[in-house]
Design a binder for this molecule. Structure first.
Ligand SMILES: Nc1ncnc2c1ncn2[C@@H]1O[C@H](COP(=O)(O)OP(=O)(O)OP(=O)(O)O)[C@@H](O)[C@H]1O
Length: 453
């Protein structure tokens, strides 16, 4: 049982303190060292993720030279180790110096064991997240190629995609517009055994209803005016590969039953054809719409929903990906500068703050466009706040809640006007459910349309 516990190395020469710590960290696999050589050999043997280390170690128990030498040697040996340094009471200088030497955190004597416990637990968690991040990045760079983002929300999405892709399960990618659903669909394909087969995408919202059936299922020569030759549909073109049904929420009801048959029997019949053609295709669906709400409104078949959502991966909006907006902005700047041959080097501090604070309702696509046009228009080496053209967002960037709330209110008002107060339409425009709309109307003190419950 104990092998499963994470290993914590304690480097402490005071035997009394050693046993106190032993009691406090019972649920870790503890290894104890009283000096540097023992610490290093235990480090090699057990490879602990976290080390709790006193600064005063023999032969310089009353000084700090041996303590600092130990930090350096541990990090040379295992650079990802999280070292928590125990310093003397009020010894701020050495605490700061330890962090400068690469230690993760510090705690001063007399030890508050509850606080220390929190620091140690957090160090293990951070180590685990960083290791996961490194693993994802090094394990399959080509798979997530082009997908930038290392926020917790994105790591969760990578992890799910990694797990589900090798299976043949139908994946439903949910996310607001511009969150990278198509990029992720391609990653699912690349991670599957079908990677050498075709990846075919069709945007169900972009094709008129009367043409969509032919696009999907194909047609036989002469089956209708203009059908000059036999033509395979996208489903057949994706045989032995993957098919992305983008904006599946916009699939007309009239076609949903035919699609359901394909899902259940894995066969297609071209328009005007008599032949039933078996097809081996991995299906990936994507939408920004609230499908359960569409089902309640009778616009989406429930049986089809269960077929397409064997596994659902939710792609977070940019505003929920702490730190990613700035990383993406830097990436797009470099790309655009190369593409347009501009000598733009980076962003001003104000611009970076605005990028981090902006709610980006159009998500990554909107950010990409904003950076692209700023690079094209830039006169300076650095892109400033004005060049980003974020409008009102830039003016009050420090109050993130206000910025988000204003954007939310504006979007709600715009959708209400556009939909003439029809809540189902508002829900569909905003990609949220009706109950959420009621909550938002109340939150922003907006009137519910007459007749609405
Ligand atoms: N994490 C990311 N890293 C780098 N580029 C990204 C990322 N996410 C999205 N993009 C870029 O943003 C743009 C929009 O991405 P994509 O088309 O995949 O989004 P989407 O969710 O399918 O949008 P929509 O629902 O509007 O079709 C693309 O140019 C894509 O390359």
């Amino acid at each position: 049982m104990s092998q499963k516990q994470p290993c914590l190395l304690i480097v402490e020469d005071d035997v009394g303190l050693q046993s106190q710590l032993r009691w406090s960290f019972e649920d870790y696999d503890l290894v104890m060292a009283g000096d540097r050589p023992t610490a290093i050999s235990l480090l090699r043997l057990h490879q602990p993720a976290v080390v709790l280390q006193d600064l005063g170690l023999p032969p310089d128990a009353s000084g700090t030279t041996e303590g600092f030498a130990t930090i350096t040697e541990i990090l040379e040996e295992a650079p990802h180790t999280k070292i928590i340094v125990v310093t003397g009471n009020g010894d701020r200088d050495n605490a700061v110096k330890s962090i400068g030497s690469g230690a993760y955190d510090f705690c001063s004597k007399p030890l508050d064991l509850e606080v220390l416990r929190l620091i140690v637990d957090r160090a293990f968690r951070v180590h685990e997240l960083e290791a996961e991040n490194r693993r994802l990045r090094s394990h399959s760079p080509a798979v997530f190629e082009g997908i930038i983002g290392s926020s917790k929300a994105m790591l969760d999405a990578y992890r799910m995609v990694e797990k589900v892709s090798p299976s043949n399960a139908t994946v439903l990618l949910l996310g607001e517009t511009g969150t990278g659903k198509e990029l992720f669909a391609r990653a699912v394909h690349r991670l599957s055994s079908r990677r050498d087969g075709p990846f075919v995408a069709i945007n169900c919202a972009a094709i008129p209803e009367n043409l969509l059936e032919a696009e999907l299922f194909g047609y036989e020569k002469g089956s209708y005016t203009g059908a000059h030759k036999q033509t395979k549909g996208k489903i057949e073109l994706a045989v032995n590969g993957s098919l992305l049904l983008d904006e599946i929420g916009d699939m007309p009801l009239s076609l949903q039953s035919k699609l359901l048959r394909f899902f259940e029997e894995r066969v297609v019949e071209r328009i005007g054809g008599r032949e039933v053609i078996p097809v081996d295709v991995r299906i990936i669906c994507a939408t920004h719409q609230d499908l359960p709400a569409l089902i309640r409104e009778g616009r989406f078949r429930e049986d089809l929903f269960y077929r397409i959502s064997e596994v659902t991966v939710r792609l977070p909006p940019l505003r929920e990906r702490a730190g990613d907006a700035v990383t993406l902005a830097r990436h797009f700047l470099e790309q655009a500068a190369t593409r347009h041959g501009r000598a733009v080097r980076g962003f001003t501090a104000k611009a970076l703050k605005a990028i981090a604070a902006c709610p980006w309702p159009g998500n990554v696509r909107e950010l990409e466009n904003a950076v692209n046009s700023a690079v094209i228009m830039a006169d300076e080496k650095q892109i400033g706040l004005e060049a980003l053209n974020l409008g009102a967002i830039g003016e009050d960037i420090l109050d993130l809640h206000k910025v988000r709330s204003d954007a939310e209110r504006r979007a709600l008002q715009k959708a209400m006007t556009q939909a003439g107060g029809n809540l189902s339409q508002v829900a569909s425009l905003l990609g949220i459910s009706r109950p959420t709309i009621y909550d938002l109307l109340d939150k922003h003190g907006l009137k519910r349309p007459s007749g609405a419950e």
